[in-house]
Design a binder for this molecule. Structure first.
Ligand code: SER
Length: 357
């Protein structure tokens, strides 16, 4: 199943559950001066969670463009990390809560995406007995596959009660895909919280019910909310059965053009693969930043982008590229040879912007 199909299936599934399909916010948050970049689907709905928003619906679904640089050093080295990625989500502003969220998530994974149930495990926040029981009694997940973790793993933002940030937060329940014993640490007792690659976290269901204020005080919000997040590239990797996010259909044209530009094989030395993955990630991040109006600069957002650009150029140099190469990446629109942004717009179901093919 192509990445585009997963994106569409998700949005349509929640539309059938009476959600409004709402556009992604810009990477430059339109409604939150505390953030440099949009890093989660819920950012644009913060006021709705706080009971101060003016949207006229209580259920929404989005595919949000996200930029996170906290894990920048892992990009390319691990199967999953990105700076820029797309996050699918469904949201409730005082409408449904845990039962529907959990049941719909399972329905989507098992019935729409046809993931075998026995490959899935879940986790709940330590004392969230309600979610535990929904997973066990209503969905039928065996006890052995329901894990209880603390604030680091099962609270969003992670560790928020102790460390912040202030704002809407709550316990969460995560769903993991088991890649099997042959992947990762190989320990019999390996479980989703293990740092190895065996369990891929595919969906985070956040029950946003508190407002954190100074000193770690958690005040119940005016109503209970839901904020879920599923990394699209990661889900595509699971569904397409490939080793890393960079092997999925929307990344392989970028990797392929890097092979052509550099004449270096992606499947050759691992160090080369890491450089190529990092270039693919960073160039894509820069393209989306620029399309949202952020230009490379010396401070703020522009500085972040400049850093991404410089890292990608450095990696290109290490692969032996001497000339300017970004413009050539992914330039394979059959009709007009358009560059990467046009291709991604075409991939999102729109026409290639250059030739309207
Ligand atoms: N806000 C949560 C996350 O980013 C769920 O969408 O993981």
């Amino acid at each position: 199943m192509k990445t585009n199909e997963i994106r569409n299936k998700f949005l349509k599934f929640f539309e059938r559950k009476s959600h409004v399909i709402w556009p992604s916010d810009s990477l430059v948050p339109q409604n939150d001066p505390t953030l440099l970049f949009t890093g989660a689907g819920m950012n644009q709905f913060k006021d709705m969670f706080l009971g101060k928003g003016n949207l006229e619906f209580k259920k929404a679904t989005t595919c949000q463009k996200c930029l996170r640089t906290g894990d920048i050093d892992n990009v390319g080295r691990t199967a999953s990390h990105h700076t820029f990625f797309e996050m699918l989500g469904n949201f409730s502003f005082g409408d449904y809560f845990k039962k529907e969220t959990i049941e719909w998530a399972w329905e989507f994974l098992v019935q729409e995406l046809k993931i075998p149930e026995d490959r899935l495990s879940v986790s709940v926040y330590n004392d969230d007995q309600e979610s535990y029981e929904i997973w066990e009694k209503y969905v039928g997940v065996p006890k052995a596959k329901i894990y209880r973790y603390g604030e680091k793993d099962n609270f969003w933002p992670a560790n928020a009660p102790l460390l912040g940030p202030n704002g809407p937060c709550g316990p969460c329940s995560e769903i993991f895909f088991d890649q099997g014993e042959r992947i990762g640490c190989g320990r019999k007792e390996c479980e989703p919280a293990c740092d190895c690659d065996r369990f891929v976290e595919i969906w985070n269901l956040v029950f946003t019910q508190y407002d954190r204020t100074e000193g770690g005080k958690l005040t119940p919000l005016p109503h209970k909310n839901v904020d879920t997040g599923m990394g699209l590239e990661r889900m595509a990797r699971v569904i397409q059965g490939v080793q890393t996010n960079f092997d999925i259909d929307i990344f392989s044209p970028i990797i392929k053009s890097l092979e052509e530009i550099t004449q270096v094989k992606y499947n050759g030395q691992i160090e080369h693969a890491i450089l190529m993955r990092r270039i693919a990630d960073h160039v894509k991040a820069c393209v989306f930043c620029i399309s949202d109006g952020v230009l490379p600069g010396n401070e703020g957002r522009g500085y972040v982008e400049r850093r991404l650009l410089r890292r990608a150029i450095r990696d290109g140099t290490q692969l032996g590229i001497k000339e300017c190469f970004f413009i050539q990446i992914g330039a394979d629109c059959k009709q007009c040879n358009a560059g990467i942004l046009s291709r991604y717009q075409a991939a999102s179901g729109k026409h290639c912007t250059d030739c309207e093919e």
